[in-house]
Design a protein around this ligand. Structure first.
Ligand code: GUN
Ligand code: FE
Length: 458
């Protein structure tokens, strides 16, 4: 078991640092010196430092010279914050790319539940979650908010794997006691709630301070939870006022209709989840495609977060466009989600690009009213916006003294293996290099991944 999440050694870098601390803002810090202490916290962040001054800055921070190497980043290399995936189904790892073009409920029944059901086997869970978490880390996802399967044991294993491999994660046991086959649903309400509490306890034992891994209350959606289960989960949310809550929200026409049939007393999903105590400033609402003004008012008032999943929204049966500009205008928190495997990709770079494309569609649909996302805004959603949605904005999402060092070291030239295309031309500005990484780069350009100062990419 990993007992020290951080590397145990301080880290230092000198070179280009790029982050987006506020929506629409992009800071490119050149010749920046970053010092990360051995707990993984940023101790110093100073732009425009000449290399010759570094030794004295290091000793000003109380370190003897040469106790650790400073990494000098070259042209075409930079640090940026790690990606935050606000919506991810770990047990769908094995079905990435499968089942496109189907309606949500059919896709759940015909593809998804059979994959998730395999996690009844703890050996299978350990093996598959190891490959899942490694895969996301490789692609620079330093934080993920995971739905597990309904199985308690497999979900505790998922939390262990995240902790061992050093990924920051919210981990939820998926609650679902109806509208799923008998071989894949919670056997009873008592069992569903018991396993939820057992996961919370397990994670509190594993990582008492919630340094890396935290539990998240995870009703799959109202279709798969009856009132008694939802109200039990609302009670757990009330008993643990620090815990995030995640669910799928206004994702699809049929889903919304079916929800209304099951709960005729609520016209809007916002009323439903609010009634059961599941909507508050810790809620992470995936998709949020078809919201009435009144529902947006509720999200705004309760300060709920939105997990925007543009790949899944355009991979299933329809091309569904969430009104992200409207959420941003209202100051609602928004992050990006791969929704892997509802979306075909497990990459945040791909997700960000699809967010750009869908925002162009939104501009068309609103006759030009909703401006498309800028490059800086998309990057913000993938980093700082996601950190806010996950309640981690004081720790991660951008770089500042006192924040934790969750970062990607990006290389765009001189790549290993040498056959990888170079993205950069001689006269490219740093902004253009950054733009090329976002728009044409992939995990081969992510040379190193740090979570709380620990190097986690294998
Ligand atoms: N709604 C309920 N379950 C799911 C799921 O696994 N993926 C997506 N995209 N929507 C859901
Ligand atoms: Fe989903």
């Amino acid at each position: 078991k990993n007992t020290t999440p951080a590397s145990g050694l301080p880290l230092a870098f000198h070179g280009t640092v790029i982050h987006s601390p506020s929506l629409g803002g992009l800071e490119i810090l050149e010749n920046c010196f970053i010092l990360v202490d051995k707990t993984g916290t940023i101790q110093s962040l100073q732009p425009d430092v000449e290399s010759s001054r570094i030794n004295s800055i290091v000793s000003d921070h109380g370190y003897a010279p040469d106790v650790f190497p400073v990494k000098y980043l070259q042209r075409g290399e930079f640090l940026c914050p790690g990606f935050v995936d606000t919506h991810n189904h770990a047990p769908q790892w094995t079905q990435r790319g499968v089942g496109r073009g189907q309606a949500l409920i059919d896709w759940l029944n015909q593809v998804t539940f059979a994959h998730e059901a395999k996690f009844a086997d703890p050996e299978y869970a350990r093996r598959t979650y190891a490959s899942c978490v490694t895969g996301f880390l490789q692609q620079g996802i330093t934080t993920a908010s995971y739905y597990g399967s309904y199985h308690g044991e497999a979900t505790r294993i998922l939390a262990d794997v995240c902790y061992e491999k050093g990924q920051r994660a919210l981990v939820g046991k998926c609650n679902m006691n109806r509208n799923a086959p008998e071989w894949y649903r919670d056997p009873s309400i008592a069992d569903s709630l018991h396993e939820t509490r057992a996961l919370i306890q397990h994670i509190q034992g594993l990582d008492p301070e919630g340094q890396l891994v935290r539990p998240v209350i995870t009703p799959r959606f109202a279709i798969s939870c009856d009132s008694e289960l939802l109200s039990g989960l609302g009670t757990i949310a009330r008993d643990h006022p620090d815990l995030p809550i995640q669910t799928h929200f206004n994702e699809e026409d049929q889903e919304m209709q079916f929800t209304r049939e099951l709960f005729p007393e609520f016209r809007l999903e916002a009323d439903l989840y609010r009634h059961f105590g599941l909507l508050n400033n810790r809620s992470i609402l995936a998709h949020c495609i078809f919201l009435e003004e009144k529902e947006m008012d509720v999200l705004q008032e309760l300060r709920c977060g939105v997990a925007h999943c543009p790949i899944a929204n355009t991979t299933m049966q329809d091309f569904m466009v969430a009104p992200i500009r409207e959420y941003l205008r209202r100051g609602i928190k928004v992050g990006l989600g791969t929704d892997s495997g509802g979306g075909y990709s497990s990459s945040m770079l791909e997700t960000m690009k699809q967010a750009f494309m869908v925002s162009n569609a939104r501009k068309m649909l609103t006759q030009g009213r909703d401006a498309p996302l800028s490059l800086a805004e998309g990057f913000y959603l993938a980093t700082m916006g996601g950190a806010q949605v996950c309640g981690l904005e004081d720790r991660i999402g951008s770089f500042a003294v006192g924040m934790e060092f969750d970062a990607l070291e990006v290389h765009t030239i001189g790549l290993d293996p040498p056959g990888v295309m170079s993205l950069v031309e001689e006269d490219d500005s740093i902004f253009v290099i950054f733009e090329k990484f976002l728009m044409t780069g992939d995990d081969r350009n992510i040379a190193k991944v740090y979570v709380q100062g620990r190097s986690v990419k294998v």
